[in-house]
Design a protein around this ligand. Structure first.
Ligand code: NAD
Length: 247
C-alpha cells in the first residue's frame, strides 16, 4: 500500500509509533523513525534490521521542541530519500496530576512536546510536501481530546490542540494536495498504559463497550489507511480507534 513512499514517524522506537513503523515497512515504505535519544533509536533500528535485513529504515533523534533541530533533521531525510510523502506526529507524553499538585513547568513541558512538536514537524515538512506535489500528515491524538479526563488536564488540553492543528492545517494545505488527519486512540496496550496503576487499567477496560483495551497494531492499521491512496479524499478527520469508549 505504500510502495516507493518515504515516511517519517516521530516517537517510532516503541509503542504505537513502533507499530506504525513496522506496518509501514511491511507495506513497502522507506521509514525514518525519530526518537528522543540516539541510543534508543539505534536499538530499535538494530531490532528491525535483525528481523528484516531488506527493510529500508533509518533513524534520527532531533529535539522535537526545537524548530531548528527539526528542520535540520527533515532536511537530512529529504537529502537522503529525495522526498517525504508521509509524516506521522506520534511522539507524546501524558499527565495524571490533579490541578492542585500540577507543577506549571510540567504543564509547559507537555504542551511543548505534544503541541509545539507537532507544529514544528508539520511546518518543516509542509514545504517539502508542497514542492513534490502533495503528501499525508497524520497526528496521533487521543480519545481524551473528545471528552477530557478527570486529572492531568495538560494531556487532554494538548490533544485538543492537536485536533485544532489537524483541522486547521487540513483547510490550509488542501490546495497543496496535503491531507492532514488525526487518529484518536482509546486505551492502547503500550508503555504509556503500563505506567498506569493496574486497577486504573482494569476500570478503564470495564467501561469500554468492545470489552478490552486496544492493541498498537489496531491504531497502526488506521494510520496506514490514512497514509495510503485509499484515503485520497479524507482530510481534516479525527478518527477514533477506541472500542466505542467514552471515558
Ligand atoms: P509510549 O510512551 O510507549 O511511546 C512514546 C513515544 O514518544 C516513544 O517512542 C518516545 O521515544 C517518544 N517520546 C517521548 N518523549 C519524547 C521526546 N521528548 N522527544 C521525542 N520523542 C519522545 O507511548 P504510546 O502509548 O505509544 O503513545 C504514542 C502516542 O499515542 C502519544 O502521542 C500518545 O499521547 C498517544 N496515545 C496513546 C494512548 C495509549 O493508551 N497508549 C492512548 C491515546 C493516545
Amino acid at each position: 500500500m505504500l510502495q516507493d513512499k518515504t515516511a517519517v514517524v516521530t516517537g517510532g522506537t516503541r509503542g504505537i509509533g513502533r507499530a506504525v513503523v513496522e506496518t509501514f515497512l511491511k507495506n513497502g515504505a522507506k521509514v525514518v523513525l525519530f526518537g528522543s535519544r540516539q541510543e534508543t533509536v539505534d536499538q530499535a533500528l538494530s531490532e528491525l534490521k535483525e528481523e528484516h535485513p531488506d527493510w529500508t529504515v533509518t533513524g534520527l533523534a532531533p529535539d522535537l521542541t526545537d524548530y531548528s533541530s527539526v528542520e535540520k533533521a527533515m532536511g537530512q531525510v529529504k537529502n537522503q530519500y529525495g522526498r517525504i510523502d508521509i509524516l506521522v506526529n506520534n511522539a507524546g507524553i501524558s499527565a495524571r496530576e490533579s490541578i492542585y499538585e500540577y507543577d506549571p513547568e510540567a504543564f509547559k513541558k507537555i504542551m511543548d512536546l505534544n503541541v509545539n512538536g507537532v507544529f514544528n514537524c508539520s511546518k518543516a515538512v509542509a514545504p517539502i510536501m508542497k514542492g513534490q506535489g502533495g503528501g499525508s500528515m497524520i497526528n496521533i491524538s487521543s480519545m481524551v481530546s473528545l471528552y477530557g479526563q478527570p486529572a492531568g488536564c495538560g494531556y487532554p488540553a494538548s490533544k485538543y490542540a492537536v485536533n485544532g492543528l489537524t483541522k486547521s492545517l487540513a483547510r490550509e494545505l488542501g490546495r497543496d494536495q496535503i491531507r492532514v488527519n488525526a487518529v484518536a486512540p482509546g486505551v492502547t496496550r503500550t508503555d504509556m498504559v503500563a505506567a498506569l496503576p493496574e486497577d486504573m487499567v482494569q476500570r478503564l477496560a470495564a467501561t469500554i463497550p468492545y470489552g478490552r483495551v486496544g492493541e498498537p497494531e489496531e491504531v497502526a492499521n488506521t494510520v496506514l489507511f490514512l497514509a495510503s491512496e485509499l484515503a485520497s479524499y479524507v482530510t481534516g478527520a479525527v478518527i477514533s480507534v477506541d472500542g466505542a469508549a467514552m471515558c
